[in-house]
Design a protein around this ligand. Structure first.
Ligand SMILES: Cc1cc2nc3c(=O)[nH]c(=O)nc-3n(C[C@H](O)[C@H](O)[C@H](O)COP(=O)(O)OP(=O)(O)OC[C@H]3O[C@@H](n4cnc5c(N)ncnc54)[C@H](O)[C@@H]3O)c2cc1C
Length: 1006
């Protein structure tokens, strides 16, 4: 086993308040930097670039015409991302028509400008293509089709040309040739080559990237020993391309499997004496990347002590950037090395913001003001320059102000350094910089084939097209030069985006507060959860017997009268107190969920969050929707609609969400004024008991909520059949829902509501515009997370035959990388099934599929896997109709389709269920048509299809999947209420005083 450092925290929390971080940076920078002088130096550069704008073929020109904030720019980007990979002509035509149909690419659409030739060229081509293309996906005559194919070919060509702006060459040999050509007359020009591609999803991908990097290093070295890494071309590598599980949670495997691969490349680079830079990726990999860097540095120090070309990139937009720089310097010093550090601002800002919001983190790991990123960049630059004894700084930026500030600080430090830019960007700025200062410049030059350049191309389109981007503003004459070079050294007091807590309108005191998650990649946030899991012991919970049911229902009936009379605001306040208490006890409940319900830690955190959200959401909904409502009517009369509880609601919940579904049902019924008899699943009574206790502590009276833990066939059946049951809320199998329905129907007395949420045979329809990597990620999460024990889980993957072989191969490879094991271990992706009975049933189904279907792939089942663990597995079947029943485990069925996507959805509908549907396509109009055609409660486009968020994706289906209304949606509470209209004849006592006093109709609420 190689060196595995402890996951010690090297860095502070990524979620510190932004103002705190930048105030400290501003304080440090102000004495060291004369911004006015820097801006003064940059002004003539900017002016010169504007006077001599980029040539017509440059990206800047095109993106000035069509910024990504415009429909045209967005269409261009979407086409660029997808069109080149579409294998079949029909789909390529549909995609082109769909995207071009949204935009005005005619001659007047752009914002104008001096060098419009390229824009005009594409404009004419695209305008022509719009005339020829069918109006929408699906309808195309032969003539139109012929024309369309020509236009698609032209659009493909245009996108290839676009790609060539940013990609140096398709192969390393050609790239070296291009580099040599570019260097003529500019000896100080260096290159860092990057072998393009998506992150690896399989070992086969990783092997291909490793070979490509190794061959590239050999080619760059060319058999000769470079004089010095500073003076030679080098290579940039992405660790996510070398290992499909480059994640903090897989730390052990990262060191066992990824590290040796990087070592191979590092040794080659060291032998060739060139720069090897590790690119910076997402913020949740930062600490892990530093750990790897440390381990690699130890090796370099041991075996290549004289090599000065080992390096990595640091992103200034991360709030921990200054500490990351210090940590790199510390590592270099500790190993007696001098390393290269490329300082970038960062390329994944949008993704970082989204992830923090989705996970409900305490803050953003990146700055939210653009000038804060600039400020952090300069502070990091200063720190790198000050530590030049151990660091060779490489400043990667296209921003003229940033460049001038760096030149100024570098002069003060007398440090050696280089500047860097991306191929296809910033050329004009550096042309001007080089006139006044002799600085070495290295160009980051991507190398790759068409298909591999797409993701990279889109990143650059986003970067260049973003309004905040320097390059974009430089090309826009409407942006004043002073504004372009405004000082970044002023901290803004508040973030420019609402914090994740405030996503649903919470202002610190009012509104609905979002539930708080935990960043499991941060040791300090993970530790309390792990301690809680370790410390959780499962105590028995007292079982109710059938004979207890009557007394419990009578007591609840008495409780109902009081609770229903309690003010709505007080009932809502109890839910909010429960939410806060639950949030505060996140670790404790996670521990219980892991131990009792066999949940993995990420699943446990999500589940607690969902329960918190239910409490707050239903509290808010109750106050908004259940308050008495005055209705209009004739004069002399008042009319008011009032809602109140129905009586004792029986809530029966499943083991797969023993906290979230349990709590959701119970608090919805309670806040509407009902008393609740709560029957949890037999497998998970402890979570339920703890939640009931918490609700009592939060102010729900003991006689308004009772836990009745016991078998469904006896206790559950007695509750449903009890004459005092005023309604039933059930989540579980369709078969049990039917039994409950029958039992209710057989009762004498009132007919009461049944809210039933049942299962589904959930499908994902993938067309040939979809990105296989994205499909694979979505499929693996949707089908196998929680061991497939979610009602929303994907059971049936329908993939277009044009890309099926590739998707199936990738899925098979990704399955092999899944970790089955103890749910308490962070590295576990898939824990055991809930019990032996579930295991036996699913194992029987898998055995049948082994005989009758074709195996696509399966995860390895380690020898020490816990009892009841079942390896995630996928089989190819012939027809959609072959999948007849919901299999509640990690088993995926795959079918290929061709022809009409809508027909696929109709076949899925015909299965009779209607819970979730996934759609993967880049044809927006197709996604909408399929969603309309689908009889499914929740449709997810281009993402996974699990993890519905309360109030955001109200959850629940139709047909065999349930009765509705949707949980976590605006119509849910009404089903728990009885309604009453109170009409008062206000003219009864003598006459209509209001009318006589001058009102023409009865004011509402009179
Ligand atoms: C040689 C080279 C290598 C690179 N390698 C990497 C790498 O390994 N990893 C990586 O992630 N990127 C890398 N990049 C990409 C780099 O991050 C971008 O090119 C860079 O951010 C552009 O910065 P700029 O100074 O040219 O532009 P500017 O326009 O001055 O700055 C753009 C930066 O501001 C950020 N920003 C925009 N809006 C906001 C906001 N509201 N709040 C806070 N910040 C905001 C953007 O996300 C971006 O980081 C590399 C770039 C170069 C030139």
């Amino acid at each position: 086993m190689p060196f595995l450092p402890p996951p010690a925290a090297r860095l502070p929390s990524p979620h510190r308040p932004e103002i705190e971080v930048v105030s400290a940076l501003a304080g440090r920078l102000a004495p060291a930097l004369d911004w006015n002088a820097a801006a003064g130096q940059a002004r003539p550069w900017v002016q010169a670039v504007r006077d001599k704008p980029a040539p017509f073929w440059a990206m800047e020109s095109l993106l000035r015409e069509f910024p990504i904030s415009s429909a045209e720019g967005l269409a261009l980007m979407r086409l660029a991302e997808a069109l080149l990979r579409v294998p079949d002509a029909e789909t390529a035509v549909a995609l082109t028509a769909d995207q071009l149909g949204k935009a005005r690419f005619d001659a007047d659409a752009g914002s104008g400008g001096a060098h419009r030739m390229l824009a005009n060229l594409s404009t004419s081509a695209i305008a022509l293509s719009k005339k020829l293309l069918p109006e929408a996906d699906g309808e195309s005559g032969v003539l139109k089709r012929l024309g369309a194919n020509t236009v698609v070919a032209a659009t493909v060509r245009a996108i290839q040309l676009l790609g060539r702006q940013f990609v140096l060459a398709p192969s390393i040999g050609e790239a070296l040739h291009e580099a040599a050509h570019a260097r003529r007359g500019r000896a100080a020009l260096r290159f860092s080559f990057d072998m393009l591609g998506e992150g690896a999803r399989t070992e086969a991908d990783a092997g291909r990237y490793l070979a490509a990097y190794a061959a590239a290093i050999d080619a760059i070295g060319g058999g000769r020993l470079a004089e010095a890494p500073e003076a030679a071309d080098g290579i940039s590598i992405k660790l996510s391309a070398l290992f499909s599980r480059y994640e903090d949670a897989q730390r052990e495997r990262v060191f066992a499997e990824l590290l040796p691969r990087v070592v191979q490349l590092v040794e080659r680079a060291a032998r060739a004496n060139i720069n090897l830079a590790i690119d910076a990726e997402e913020s949740d990999r930062l600490e892990l990347s530093l750990d790897l860097f440390d381990a690699l540095a130890a090796r370099v120090a041991r075996e290549h002590a004289g090599w000065r070309g080992f390096g990595l990139a640091v992103q200034a937009y991360q709030t921990r950037a200054p500490e990351a720089v210090d940590e790199v310097a510390r590592i270099a010093r500790a190993h007696g090395l001098r390393v290269m550090v490329r300082l970038v601002k960062g390329a994944y800002w949008d993704g970082e913001v989204k992830r923090a919001q989705e996970q409900g983190l305490a803050g953003y790991p990146v700055f939210t003001h653009k000038h804060h990123t600039d400020m952090a960049y300069l502070a990091c630059a200063q720190s790198l320059l000050a530590q030049h004894a151990v660091i060779y700084p490489q400043f990667a930026t296209h921003n003229a102000g940033t460049i001038a500030a760096i030149l100024q600080m570098a002069r003060a430090h007398g440090a050696r350094f280089e500047m860097q830019r991306l191929h296809g960007m910033g050329e004009a700025v550096y042309r001007e910089v080089m006139r006044s200062a002799e600085v070495p410049v290295r160009v980051y030059a991507p190398v790759g084939e068409q298909r591999d350049l797409l993701a990279y191309l889109v990143r650059r389109l986003l970067e260049n097209g973003a309004n905040s981007s320097f390059v974009h503003q430089l090309a826009d004459p409407a942006v004043d030069v002073d504004a372009l070079l405004a000082s970044p050294l002023h901290p803004a007091p508040a973030p420019s985006l609402p914090l994740p807590d405030a996503l649903y309108g919470w202002d610190g005191t009012r509104g609905r507060r979002n539930s708080r998650g935990a960043d499991l990649a941060v040791a300090a946030e993970r530790a309390p959860l792990e301690r809680a899991v370790d410390g959780t012991a499962l105590e028995p919970v007292a079982e109710a017997r059938t004979g207890d049911v009557d007394a419990a229902m009578s007591s609840l009936q008495r409780g109902f009268v009081r609770w229903n009379a309690t003010a709505l605001g007080e009932r809502a306040a109890a839910l909010r107190r429960a939410a806060d208490a639950l949030q505060a006890r996140l670790p404790e409940f996670c521990g219980l969920l892991v131990k009792e319900a066999r949940k993995t830690l990420p699943d446990a955190v999500s589940e607690v969050r969902e329960a918190v959200d239910f409490c707050r959401y239903y509290a808010e909904q109750a106050e908004r929707r259940l308050a008495p409502q005055a209705l209009p009517g004739p004069t002399g009369e008042s009319n008011e609609l009032r809602l109140h509880g129905r009586g004792v609601f029986v809530c029966i919940s499943p083991w797969n969400f023993p906290l979230a579904i349990f709590a959701g049902q119970v608090v919805a019924a309670l806040v509407a004024g009902n008393a609740v008899a709560a029957k949890p699943a037999e497998q998970t009574p402890r979570v339920a008991a703890r939640m009931v206790a918490l609700l009592h502590e939060a102010g729900v009276p003991g006689d308004a909520l009772a836990l009745l833990h016991g078998p469904g066939e006896t206790v559950g059946a007695a509750l449903v059949a009890h004459p005092r049951a005023a309604g039933v809320c059930f989540t579980g199998s369709t078969a049990v829902a039917r039994a409950i329905h029958r039992s209710l129907a057989a009762r004498d007395g009132a007919i009461v509501p049944l809210v039933a949420e049942t299962g589904g045979i959930n499908a994902m329809v993938v067309d040939s515009t979809a990105l296989p990597e994205q499909v694979t990620d979505a499929v693996v999460q949707s089908a196998f997370r929680s061991a497939g024990q979610r009602c929303s889980a994907l059971r049936l993957l329908c993939v277009h035959e044009g890309i099926a072989d590739g998707v199936i191969a990738m899925l098979s490879g990704a399955l092999r990388e899944l970790q089955v094991g103890d749910p308490a271990a962070l590295a576990t992706d898939v824990g055991p099934l809930i019990d032996a009975e579930a295991h036996a049933g699913i194992a029987r189904h898998v055995a049948r599929l082994r005989r009758e279907a074709t195996l696509v792939g399966e995860a390895p089942l380690p020898p020490h896997a816990p009892a009841d663990a079942l390896a995630p597995v996928a089989f190819e079947v012939q027809r959609i109709a072959d999948v007849k029943e919901e299999v509640f485990g990690p088993v995926l069925h795959v079918v290929r389709w061709s022809g009409d996507a809508e027909a696929v959805v109709r076949e899925v509908n015909a299965l009779g269920y209607g819970l979730t549907l996934g759609i993967q396509t880049r044809i927006d109009s197709r996604a909408q048509r399929l969603a309309h055609a689908a009889r499914a409660g929740n449709v997810y486009v281009n993402r996974n299809m699990i993890g519905a968020v309360v109030g955001v994706q109200p959850f629940g289906g139709e047909g065999l999947s349930g009765t509705g209304p949707k949980a976590g949606g605006p119509h849910y509470l009404y089903r728990f209420c009885a309604e009453q209209t109170v009409t008062v004849n206000t003219a009864a006592a003598g006459g209509n005083a209001a009318l006589l006093a001058g009102f023409t109709s009865t004011p509402a609420g009179e």
